[in-house]
Ligand binder design. Structure first.
Ligand code: PLP
Length: 374
């Protein structure tokens, strides 16, 4: 018997033949229409995506990063403003704030969910706070009710960074329709994936949606007349076609992710109860869509190396919390500023999870992890 086949953390080449055909046919329609930017394919996808999330407006843009950027621009974020976000996220959650010459203000996370801790939020609010931007990390919503309550009381809009959480729910509400607006990413590794870069802004606020639509075409609502300075943030029609073909499968893919997570839980539960590993927890009232299945281990490097020997790929999202990034040095944070974010950065380990991963592969990953744990 040869060595077992490697198990990738994500394999984007495992495609259903029917889906390939559906994508090809929608892409052909784009070529037939000759409308490669802002055409009927874009409108059709936006309508379908808004319908899927139960929001009145979805605006397709170039990426999740730009979805955050245009949302903040539409709310007038600029020099002197502060935007509160999680200390533990992908870089874009904070980078877009700095690009507008505003200041990211970080809040530590709840260790159980890896999301912004609402009990620490109010202390970070100042008269300059313009937006509160919680992140739904790994596919689980932040604890939105207390966050929204603080926002309401202090008159500050809440924007969701929902880039990892398409299909996730919080107390019966879907990510993307909980705050004033939300940013989604369709980067190829995300739960709903384009064939390149793409993203969307969702909202139930029609005037805000109009501003976002205008900002994505250079701040113009009538061609060659510019009410404000925007940019080119348009989603390609081919990406809209790919996403539209995939959208009907999203719910089943997310269910499969949840089934894989349940299988990991069954296989690793004893080790977790013995304190050898910490498994991801679905908080009450939330539907986690497991964009990532992230465990905590104490001796991460050794565990990773051992898994790699068995051909099991893993990843670390993210090894450096945002407040310790070199580019944010001037903000004045230091080691110890956010102990939970720092502890997470040192312990998190993402195991393979994607809808096409087989049960047999899940079993091998779990067995390999159990053998690697102290
Ligand atoms: C992926 C991601 C983004 C950025 O999306 P892109 O499409 O890669 O620009 C922003 N925030 C979070 C939390 C993400 O995971």
């Amino acid at each position: 018997m040869g060595p077992a086949k490697p198990i990738p953390i994500l394999d984007l080449t495992r495609y259903d033949k029917d889906l390939k055909r559906e994508i090809a046919s929608r892409v052909e329609e784009v070529f037939a229409s000759g409308r490669f930017v802002m055409g009927p394919a874009n409108e059709a996808f936006e309508k379908a995506f808004a319908g899927e999330l139960g929001v009145s407006q979805a605006i397709g843009v170039t990426s999740g990063t730009d979805a955050l950027l245009v949302s903040l621009m539409a709310l007038g974020v600029g020099p002197g403003d502060e935007v509160i976000t999680s200390a533990f996220s992908f870089f874009a959650s904070a980078g877009e704030v700095s690009r507008l010459n505003a200041k990211p203000v970080f809040v530590d996370i709840e260790p159980a969910t890896f999301n912004l801790d609402p009990s620490r939020l109010e202390a970070a609010v100042t008269p300059r706070t313009k937006v509160i931007e919680p992140v739904h990390l790994y596919g689980q919503c932040a604890d939105m009710d207390p966050i929204l309550e603080i926002g309401r009381r202090r008159g500050i809009p809440v924007i969701e960074d929902a880039c990892q959480a398409v299909g996730a729910a919080y107390r019966g509400r879907l990510a993307g329709g909980i705050g004033l607006a939300a940013a989604f990413s369709f980067y190829p590794t995300k739960n709903l994936a384009a064939a390149g870069d793409a993203g969307a802004v969702t909202t139930n606020d029609d005037p805000l949606a109009d501003r976002v639509r205008s900002l994505r075409i250079h701040g113009s609502s009538v061609q060659y007349h510019h009410d404000r300075v925007g940019g080119n943030f348009r989603m390609d029609a081919i990406q809209a076609a790919v996403l539209h073909a995939k959208l009907p499968r999203l719910a089943a893919w997310n269910e499969r992710r949840r089934a894989i997570a349940a299988r990991y839980e069954g296989l690793l539960g004893d080790a977790a109860r013995a304190g050898r590993v910490t498994l991801p927890a679905e908080a009450p009232g939330r539907r986690h869509v497991y964009h990532q299945y992230v465990v905590r281990v104490a001796n991460r490097n050794a565990v990773r190396a051992r898994l790699a020997q068995d051909g099991v790929s893993t990843a670390v999202f993210y090894p450096v919390p945002l407040h310790l990034q070199e580019c944010f040095r001037d903000l004045g944070y230091r080691e110890g500023s956010f102990p939970e974010a720092e502890r997470a950065a040192g312990e998190v380990l993402a195991l393979p999870i994607f809808p096409q991963l087989t049960d047999e592969e899940v079993d091998r990953v779990a067995a390999s992890l159990l053998a690697a744990l102290p």
